[in-house]
Design a protein around this ligand. Structure first.
Ligand SMILES: NC(=O)c1ccc[n+]([C@@H]2O[C@H](COP(=O)([O-])OP(=O)(O)OC[C@H]3O[C@@H](n4cnc5c(N)ncnc54)[C@H](O)[C@@H]3O)[C@@H](O)[C@H]2O)c1
Length: 441
């Protein structure tokens, strides 16, 4: 099948590479010339495990090409996938300007049989509006074929998720359109759910808001665990063993971030509001998350009294491991909050240092290794559970002024903590470990 994809970000590029991998002929279009140049040379502009291998392999096989030209990129495309960003606008609602621009860009080149598929996360009704824009510009009598096909990949495992999805949602108002989009995914052998366009658009928001709410729920349980002397990791195991609940998204910590959950929860709450439904549960999801993001700062202030001139090593900056994405990462709020308290912050991330610098600038300092960050630190904050951060080395801890760890991901194993002789260990929703034989400072 001949597929064109607009947008070579986390979703567009992963989709493009994977569609080529399963045998389709894919052209990726982006307005960013620099990205296209880089991609043509076989380099990925984003960090995503296994992406660059498949990019090079499929480009070499002649199944994957990149262009900034819509005329060239849309030539004889059977399916045109729109995967551009829908970031949160100033009023909290998704900014649809990139999608609208795509509709305008593709209109002159649409052939009769082509299907326009919106993969970006968009509020209910957006597909219909985009269809109208295209129809007006094409001056067509016949309806433009549209489908909604929301994406559920997770950054950090995007390639695996795209090749092995739990389900594929296809929303179309005509059976033959849904079937044609389904045909594209047949080699994946994944369950497909066909529905209306509006329902498909809604499934994406309902899913993300539910997952975010599950996280806020366990985080509030974690806060309660600290008060009553229970351990949230045991609670999560006990709850997750119940099939009705499931074990995923029950990891307590410093809350959710990233380019999707924060904006999607807000967008759903706004949609509900516009229709007279006060979805107060989502307001609470957001409130709990906002407070949770700075919980390590609160704990450190309690421990030290104040944070002025304290040197804090932030380990991990990206919103989750295995990505360089800093959009809405909890580390941003933590770093700013520590700086406001007068602390000296030195941060390290295996891949996100340079993206972090674009957001945080000189508010903090950047280290080139865990060890660099830890030297003379008063405390370590574990912010992102990258493998190299989870497996901290005892020799590194010895370089701190005094080994105190605030673990925002509950990722250090208790046996390791004891073996490493960490003086004080403060997780989230679990009992702290304070070695009695050591003098504190
Ligand atoms: N990132 C995720 O994990 C994820 C997961 C599921 C769904 N989504 C949704 O998918 C969409 C894309 O997200 P993303 O993270 O891939 O975005 P991104 O910001 O990483 O990438 C967007 C790309 O679109 C390009 N672009 C902008 N305007 C364009 C145009 N007119 N024509 C061609 N290209 C254009 C940009 O240059 C950029 O490369 C969003 O709606 C997001 O909510 C994201």
């Amino acid at each position: 099948m001949k597929i064109s994809i607009l947008g070579t970000g986390y979703v567009g590029l992963s989709t493009g590479v994977c569609m080529a991998e399963i045998g389709h002929y894919v052209t990726c279009i982006d307005i960013n010339q620099q990205k296209i140049n880089q991609l043509r040379q076989g380099f990925s502009p984003i960090y995503e495990p296994n992406l660059e291998n498949l990019l090079q392999k499929n480009t070499k096989a002649g199944r994957l090409t990149f262009t900034t030209s819509h005329q060239e990129g849309l030539d004889s495309a059977e399916i045109i996938i729109i995967a551009v960003g829908t970031p949160q606008g100033e009023d909290g609602s998704p900014d649809l300007s990139y999608i609208i621009q795509c509709a305008k860009d593709i209109s002159p080149y649409l052939t009769d049989g082509a299907i326009v598929v919106i993969k970006s996360t968009v509020p209910v009704g957006t597909n219909e509006n985009i269809q109208k824009i295209i129809m007006n510009r094409c001056n067509r009598e016949s309806t433009i074929k549209m489908a909604s096909n929301p994406e559920f990949l997770r950054q950090g495992t995007a390639i695996n998720d795209t090749l092995h999805p739990d389900r594929i949602i296809i929303g179309a108002n005509k059976k033959e359109v849904a079937e044609k989009v389904g045909e594209m995914y047949l080699p994946l052998n994944a369950p497909m759910i066909m529905t209306s366009i509006r329902s498909a658009e809604m499934i994406k928001y309902a899913s993300n808001a539910f997952l975010a709410t599950k996280l806020s729920y366990i985080n509030e349980i974690a806060n309660l665990c600290e008060k009553v002397g229970a351990d949230v990791t045991d609670i999560a195991v006990g709850m997750g063993a119940d099939k009705r609940i499931g074990e995923s998204f029950l990891q307590a910590g410093i809350g959710y971030g990233g380019s999707c959950f924060p904006k999607d929860v807000k967008a759903l709450e706004l949609t509900a509001n516009q229709h007279g439904i006060h979805f107060s549960m989502l307001k609470e999801t957001m409130r709990i998350n906002n407070e949770q993001q700075v919980i390590l700062v609160t704990k450190a202030k309690k421990r030290f009294g104040h944070l002025r001139a304290r040197k804090i090593a932030l380990l991990g900056l990206s919103f989750k491991p295995n990505t360089d994405d800093m959009r809405d990462a909890p580390s941003i709020k933590i770093a700013k909050s520590l700086a406001n308290e007068g602390a000296e912050v030195i941060a390290y991330d295996p891949v996100a240092n340079s993206n972090a610098r674009k957001i945080l600038g000189n508010t903090i300092n950047y280290a080139s290794s865990v060890e660099d960050a830890a030297i003379d630190a008063d405390a370590i904050f574990i912010v992102t559970d990258w493998d190299e951060i989870k497996h901290l080395d005892v020799n590194i801890l010895k370089k701190m002024r005094w080994p105190i760890i605030f673990d925002g991901r509950n990722c250090l194993d208790e046996n390791i903590i004891n073996a490493l002789d960490i003086v004080e260990y403060y997780p989230v929703g679990r009992p702290s470990i304070i070695h009695p034989h050591q003098q504190t400072h």
